[in-house]
Design a protein. Structure first.
Ligand code: C5P
Length: 232
């Protein structure tokens, strides 16, 4: 499939659906995050799913296992294609997420969503990690949490471009690596500091690319998506 997942980082449901209508068929799916979900709730997901879109529900669940299991089951009922949790919630929480996705999907006779984990937020610096008690460095923590997610039965992780290699080496070829921070050579990088082009990220081992502003802020979003897809 087309590996581009477009982050619908806009303020209104109307703007999100207008973008989806423009991009449908030119991209692999759409990412709905906390911003739209908090304003509009499940209806925004349901409407995309009803149109046949793959939806990555990026709510980064992190809670006790029973609560996360309930949330993942609810996401499965919504028909999302991918959902995520924080790996730092621990093995039991991730196993509960996996089991809930599988059990709910089986009940509904549909494929289970991909359940992936966030390892370390890329907004955290080495100093910020030390402040929360992680002293061994970000790279080691990313690798540890990716391996834990895999052993808890999750399908993959979200990883910044510079982490793809570490995770591929540790977790193997069939683990999904979902990578934001994608920019063309000519793009404005905005607040992303370490970026890769789509081609570089895929050849480094990314499975899916989360792309926001280079597509959604373009004058012609569909043309921008097609250009990025052609770069791979
Ligand atoms: O606009 P841009 O292409 O930078 O958007 C990237 C998307 O991926 C945004 O939705 C952003 O929140 C998300 N993201 C990220 N870096 C991470 C995790 C998620 O940029 N480490």
């Amino acid at each position: 499939m087309n590996p581009i997942l477009v982050a619908l980082d806009v303020d209104t449901a109307d703007a999100a659906h207008a973008l989806a209508d423009q991009l449908r068929g030119a991209v692999g799916g759409f990412k709905i995050g906390k911003r739209l979900f908090t304003s509009y709730g499940p209806s925004i997901v349901e409407r995309l799913v009803a149109r046949g879109d793959r939806v990555f529900l990026d709510l980064k669940f992190h809670d006790i296992p029973n609560t996360v299991a309930g949330a993942v089951a609810a996401a499965t009922r919504l028909g999302v294609w991918m959902v995520n949790v924080h790996a730092s919630g621990g093995r039991a929480m991730m196993t509960a997420a996996r089991d809930a996705a599988d059990a709910e999907a089986a009940k509904l006779s549909r494929p289970a969503p991909l359940v992936i984990a966030v390892t370390v937020l890329t907004s955290l610096s080495e100093d910020a990690m030390v402040e929360v008690g992680v002293n061994g460095g970000i790279a080691a923590q990313v690798e540890r949490l990716a391996a834990l997610a895999q052993s808890a039965g999750l399908d993959g992780v979200v990883a910044s471009p510079q982490e793809i290699g570490i995770i591929r080496a540790r977790c193997g070829a069939s683990f999904q690596v979902v990578t934001p921070g994608i920019r063309s050579a000519s793009d404005d990088k905005g607040d992303q500091s370490r970026t890769l082009t789509a081609a570089q990220a895929l050849s480094a081992g990314a499975s899916y690319l989360v792309v926001g502003r280079p597509i959604i802020a373009a004058a012609d979003p569909r043309a921008a998506a097609e250009r990025i897809a052609a770069e791979r």
